[in-house]
Design a protein around this ligand. Sequence first.
Ligand code: SF4
Length: 234
Amino acid sequence: MRSLEIKISRFKPGVIDPPAFFTYELTPAPAWTVLDALEQIRIHQEPSLMYRRACHHASCGTCACTVNGVERLACRTRLADLQTPAITLEPLRCFQRVGDLVTVRSALFQFIQPDWSCLQPDDKRGDRDLLLSGPDRTITRFENCIECGCCVSACPVARSNRHFLGPAVLSAVSREIKKNPSTEKDLLTLAAAPDGEPACRRALACSRVCPTGVYPARHIYALRDRRTGTGNKP
Ligand code: SF4
């Protein structure tokens, strides 16, 4: 590949404050991802660059940011696929910014209770055994949602209403009701609050950006169906 300009929105409280764009140039290998580019910039050009990453294979969601204005996982966005001469990287919207591309996503978890099934092994499938250490140890993902926050960042309602429960939480509520029907009454009460499912305006941005195919809008409409019985579908 030829040389590429990477424009990164940077922010360091009291140092780069207010935020400003910095441009870095590199010549990527054909298979490089956005995360590879960030690693190279940090190692060779800007050691103070802040971003988050962990698994490098779309399982943890920590590297989510906006790439050319669209929410994506940096680890699985290939530079070659973007087909633009310059790439702009910014942090996710709607979350508190700590520095550069790093945001705090604890708001995603504030309504999810530790006993919800998405956080528990499913004994019927033997997941508990799969988690045991040993030669056959396998990593099991309990749910498709990786809590990356892309859906919240893309949602126009979440951007304008910080009290909106948001697509990730509403998806978790919907899944929990399906898997654990005894929770329906309490969880529908939570979801049906004015800043819950009724605030959704059907923008569908959440489903478009979700990197793991959760399709949050479907879950939100499933909740709406339960509340209204109208049979609305996305
Ligand atoms: Fe990320 Fe999709 Fe979960 Fe939203 S629903 S937090 S986009 S994985």
